[in-house]
Design a protein around this ligand. Structure first.
Ligand SMILES: [Cu+2]
Length: 140
């Protein structure tokens, strides 16, 4: 009985710091991508993204242009585990394939890439990808 009690205490002491550890938070890598720019170019800046499978990332997307843009990469999203997407005061959990950013908008996408490969990225607004708004995302 006494042994069980000590074991319980030990277990508690062992588990508690693991759950409260801020290390998991600080190991998130932030990556910034702009959708378009202030001169009105149809492009992603940068347009080539590299991620390491298993590493947690916070992708910060902004739209400094004067028109609406999309960050569309269905296959990449399928190859990743999305924890959440935050935009404004809204937090969305679960699978996402596409993010719409109005002029001046900012969105944060917290995810862990899982399946190595090269995935295409584009803006799905008519004419934008044809004008150069494409990119690639590599998971290695
Ligand atoms: Cu666009």
């Amino acid at each position: 009985m006494r042994f069980l009690f000590v074991l319980l205490i030990l277990l508690f002491v062992w588990i508690l710091p693991v759950q409260a550890s801020p290390i998991t938070q600080s190991s998130v890598i932030e990556v910034k991508v702009s959708l378009g720019n202030s001169s009105g170019d149809f492009k992603f800046v940068p347009d080539n993204l590299k991620f390491v499978a298993g590493q947690k990332y916070k992708l910060i997307l902004d739209n400094p242009s004067s028109v609406k843009h999309y960050f569309t990469s269905k296959d990449f999203a399928d190859a990743s585990y999305t924890q959440k997407v935050e935009a404004g005061n809204v937090e969305v959990k679960g699978a996402i394939h596409e993010l719409e950013l109005k002029p001046g908008a900012i969105a944060e996408w917290v995810f862990t890439p899982m399946k190595p490969g090269t995935y295409e990225l584009h803006c799905s607004i008519r004419g934008h990808s044809e004008a150069g708004m494409v990119g690639s995302i590599v998971i290695e």
